[in-house]
Design a protein around this ligand. Structure first.
Ligand code: ZN
Length: 319
């Protein structure tokens, strides 16, 4: 902070014995006051509070501060050292490391509000398109459960109670997935990552029964009637901690046992899906080759490689 000028103004009503002490109270060096009211009060057998009250009543400190941004000079009056500390704190902008005048401060505030408004609009659009695109379809049953809990409780405050047997890491991974899919918005304090509020569109709340129905009908991991066929969605790990973290991770429950037999040849396929997710299928090769559709497509037995290609090209994989 650049102080061009400063002076103490003492009222005529001030008792002469206080004048020198008041001047000392306002003695400024390198933008810091060098004397404390606690020490100055002792000479008068007063408490620091009582002495400060006299200073406040009988004097004021006038400063001319130069703005670091526009170099405009602003005159400021303070009635106490604490008052000056507040002025200093309020005019400091940590992002640019500058002390600003009230005009520049108002401008920064205005710009901040505009950014917030734009961000708000952006997030609203994203949330509406998340509902339109049914982004919840890629959720695992656990993530869906977390979403429903957030909607029901209007936030995340009760999550720890509802998921007390789940590790915090797993829980937050689900919350971040919901955020990345724009189903919820996490609000945090400006200067920290501490999430203090979670919001979502009321439209999502009204869509909830539909969410439930859709996911129940389309489980993420399912077995065909043939229990040797395995299909599952591999969800991308959005926040890998380091190079050793898995690229895809998640939790899932299988509705039935899966039978993987030794000595059986299997064919696997992996598809790219939205949000960088993958879809993985494992199926005994014999099931493909003997599939009735092969006989319907061609009366001639096909080469196995072609049969597999046809199988994977079939509408069975439109998930
Ligand atoms: Zn300025």
């Amino acid at each position: 902070m650049k102080i061009n000028n400063h002076r103490v103004e003492i009222e005529e009503t001030c008792k002469p014995e206080y004048i020198e002490a008041i001047k000392q109270y306002w003695a400024l060096e390198n933008n810091e006051f060098i004397n404390k009211s606690t020490d100055l009060a002792k000479a008068f057998d007063l408490t620091a509070y009582a002495f400060s009250a006299i200073v406040k009543k009988e004097s004021k400190f006038c400063l001319q501060i130069e703005c670091d941004s526009c170099h405009n000079i602003e005159t400021v009056q303070v009635k106490s050292q604490t008052n000056f500390a507040t002025v200093k704190k309020d005019s400091y902008y940590s992002r640019t490391n500058k002390f600003n005048c009230s005009k520049c401060k108002a401008l920064i505030q205005q710009q901040k509000l505009e950014v917030i408004e734009k961000q708000k609009q952006y997030l609203l659009e994203k949330q509406y398109s998340a509902i339109k695109n049914k982004n919840w379809l890629v959720l695992s049953p656990f993530e869906l459960k977390v979403l429903r809990c957030i909607i029901k409780n209007e936030g995340i405050s009760n999550l720890n109670y509802h998921f007390k047997n789940t590790s915090i890491k797993v829980l937050w991974s689900a919350i971040y997935t919901l955020r990345d899919l724009c189903l919820i918005v996490l609000h945090s304090n400006e200067d920290s990552n501490y999430v203090n509020r979670v919001t979502f569109l009321t439209e999502l709340k009204t869509t909830l029964p539909e969410v439930e129905a859709v996911v129940k009908n389309e489980p993420k991991a399912k077995l065909n009637n043939v229990t040797q066929e395995l299909k599952l969605r591999l969800t991308k790990n959005k926040a890998p901690k380091n190079g050793d973290s898995p690229v895809y991770s998640g939790v899932l429950n299988f509705p039935n046992d899966v039978l993987i037999e030794k000595g059986t040849q299997y064919t696997f396929g992996i598809w790219k899906r939205e949000f960088d997710n993958l879809y993985f299928t494992l199926i005994p090769t014999d099931n493909i080759y003997q599939a009735p559709r092969q006989q319907a497509i061609s009366s001639q037995p096909k080469h196995l490689r072609d049969a597999i290609q046809d199988f994977f090209d079939s509408s069975e994989f439109d998930f």
